[in-house]
Write a protein that binds this ligand. Sequence first.
Ligand code: UTP
Length: 298
Amino acid sequence: MGMMIAPVRKAVFPAAGLGTRFLPATKAMPKEMLPLVDKPLIQYGIEEAIASGLRNIVIVTGRGKTAIEDHFDVSFELEHLLELRGRTETLEAVRAISDMIDVAYVRQKEALGLGHAVLRAKELVGVESFAVVLSDDVIDADVPCLRQLLGVYEFYGASVLALMEVPREQISAYGVVAAEPRPHEDMDGRVFRIHDLVEKPPPDDAPSNLAIIGRYILTPEIFTAIESTPPGRNNEIQLTDALRILLKNRPIYGVKFDGKRFDAGDKLGFLQATVEFALKRSDLGQAFRSYLASLGLC
Ligand code: UTP
């Protein structure tokens, strides 16, 4: 008999960053509200959480929080109008998401770092393991990335991070791990035991080419670890630094997930995601493909 591992029910969405790479679009609106084809980035993340069995959503908001709250709230006027006009499908699309989640908000008054943002969710999460989703990392995968991480969490009952191999010259843009592969049924070669973590190292100091991507399953001890984490890079409380403290007392695992990740918080990554998601759409794909072909790019 294995030990009982408490189920994960909650997903925390930090959305209080300044989004400086996407200014001026993010001046009055969080980057999590940027639309990919026709849905804001954060909705893709929330749909991934739902598809992974997590319906308790905690959103950490900063500036422009009303746009996020209104998006997941009922809009009586809009729904009434769509009903009057007989736009049933659109009505269902607008309604579906808010019906499926239970969402709570907490405010991060100042963007003091990702670790600090996660700590703001402490009261709402309580003493249980939870997921963290950075919705500017958009992941296209057959099995939702969070679901892949949960599989490993359910096995070890420990924190699990999403990992991706990154070319050396780009590694300094990420949190990087030193890790050793662990044999794992049906995920062989993808599961790692983490030995060290470092936030945005210079290429020569990077312990590997395995970068941390914005999906985490965290055990509640992370909150105490964040509380004892001093400001680090950019004078921000970094989640990676807190994980390093957690690692002194608890094992941490990583999963080289199966799927394609886009950095939609970056302009080029956002454009790439837009093109690929549009091409996949049954209602737009064909017309968009002909349009791209008409540009005679290749
Ligand atoms: P990023 O590292 O992408 O930072 O944050 P950023 O400030 O939002 O964007 P740039 O780099 O200036 O363009 C990663 C995630 O952590 C959240 C962000 O909203 C994003 O989802 N975050 C970051 C917070 O919620 N609070 C913070 O203080 C920092």
